[in-house]
Design a protein around this ligand. Structure first.
Ligand code: RFL
Ligand code: PHB
Length: 389
């Protein structure tokens, strides 16, 4: 097989890039390790920045998010029973949209099918070859057959555990990392949300997040030690813990029900620089991970795609390389700002095992300050709704 851009990974980054490139007249092939059902069943992000929604429209997949996405004008940060409202609309003139990553992915698969895009599922043993030459190629196995895909460029959209990043020689990249000493246990339930807006709760019992997908589907998270396993958490134990972290008024009105899905995600901040090596470009979680506290992961993947799709179309169609030459630096400038925000939100809201009383007082003081300072709330809102691309 031959294509202009080989895309490794058919998660949101790979699908959106493929969709935009195809619309710009650039051919692509997506190589995805998992089945489509598997990709569509991963419950992950829920909050889209306005810039992300604009990109979905630009890719021709905006209809359903426009009809079914829920506009959120603000969110709450709490300290025990103190509820601090961050009014995005008033502070920044912008809003965010609650719409699940699973839905974004489903919309992109449907659009790719409609345009006859090439997506190969179930690929194994992907190897990227001659990446620093003018004629790279990808080898992979599917249905027991070893195959070869020749291409002009490769987009590494294969997430944190993919092969693309590790194809770059170690002496050509620099890695930055913070691993947090806790994870998030998430639960999805067919129950009405505890509150119309998201609540990020700091409490004496640890961090919790009350989120949602729609009027009848809720998504909740509680902070758990890294040593915990999903099996350790019955639904009843989860609901008890959640109630103990949310403000008393919110807990009193909480509707509980059986879980549809429960999973634990570790929290990490990670960046691998640069995002380019020869004809390989890293995109989304393949290059960087943020802790989910700021809702930035998927949105950052989309801003990477924003920078890269134009640059690749320019290189493939007109031989102009200024865009691909600038990609890494442009994308990293925005990535580091989202890294800072996600780290700050995480530090402000979580209990760190073994911490002293000073750390807890710092969190309390930050939240008190937020409740009293419009300037502080505006700074948070500006980052939460998404910095400009
Ligand atoms: P993905 O989604 O990991 O997709 C990568 C794809 O590559 C495939 N793959 C391979 N394919 C071929 N060969 C290989 N060797 C391969 N290795 C891997 C995988 O099967 C997969 O299909 O990365 P992508 O596309 O860059 O998208 C990134 C987002 O998924 C991620 O940033 C977000 O989910 C992060 N995130 C959130 N982001 C937000 O913007 N807002 C949120 O509210 C939010 N909440 C979250 C989150 C992530 C979470 N977890 C579980 C990590 C909440 C959670 C709990
Ligand atoms: C979610 O709804 O899954 C969600 C929302 C906000 C976050 C993280 C996850 O910051």
């Amino acid at each position: 097989m031959k294509t202009e851009v080989a895309i490794i990974g058919g998660g949101p980054s790979g699908l959106l890039l493929s969709q935009l490139l195809n619309r710009a007249g650039v051919s692509t092939v997506i190589l995805e390790r998992a089945s489509r059902d598997r990709v569509l069943s991963r419950i992950r992000a829920g909050v889209l920045e306005a810039g992300t929604v604009d990109m979905l429209h630009a890719a021709g997949v905006g209809a359903r998010v426009a009809a079914e996405g829920i506009t959120h004008h603000g969110c709450y940060l709490t300290d025990d029973d103190l509820m601090v409202h961050i009014n995005f609309a008033e502070l920044t003139g912008k809003t965010v949209t609650v719409y699940g990553q699973t839905e974004v992915t489903a919309d992109l698969y449907a659009a790719q099918d409609a345009m006859g895009a090439r997506i190969v599922h179930g690929v194994e043993d992907v190897i990227l070859n001659d990446v620093d030459s003018a004629a790279p190629y990808v080898e992979y196995t599917v249905d027991g057959d070893r195959r070869r895909l020749d291409c002009s460029y490769i987009a590494g959209c294969d997430g944190f555990h993919g092969v693309s990043r590790n194809t770059i020689p170690e002496n050509r990249r620099r890695m930055f990392e913070r691993v947090y000493p806790f994870g998030w246990l998430g639960l999805l339930s067919r129950t009405p949300p505890a509150h119309p807006e998201l609540i990020y709760a700091n409490s004496a019992n640890g961090f919790a997040l009350a989120s949602m997908r729609n009027a009848t589907l809720s998504r909740y998270y509680v902070q758990v030690p890294l040593s915990d396993r999903v099996e350790d958490w019955s639904d009843a134990r989860f609901w008890d813990k959640l109630r103990s972290c949310l403000p008393a008024d919110v807990s009193a009105g909480l509707t509980t029900g059986p879980s549809i899905e429960k999973s634990i995600a570790p929290l990490r901040s990670f960046v691998s620089e640069p995002l380019r090596w020869g004809r390989l470009f890293l995109v989304g979680d393949a290059a960087h991970i943020v802790p989910p506290t700021g809702a930035k992961g998927l949105n950052l993947a989309v801003s990477d795609v924003f920078y890269l799709h134009e640059a690749l179309a320019d290189a493939v169609r007109h031989g102009r390389t200024a865009g691909i030459d600038a990609y890494s630096e442009r994308a990293l400038t925005r990535i580091w700002k989202a890294m800072r925000f996600s780290w700050q939100m995480t530090t402000m809201l979580h209990q760190f095992e073994g911490e002293d009383g000073f750390a807890a007082q710092m969190r309390k003081a930050t939240l008190r300050h937020l409740s009293q300072s419009e300037t502080a709330r505006r700074e948070l809102a500006e980052n939460y709704i998404g910095l400009p691309f």
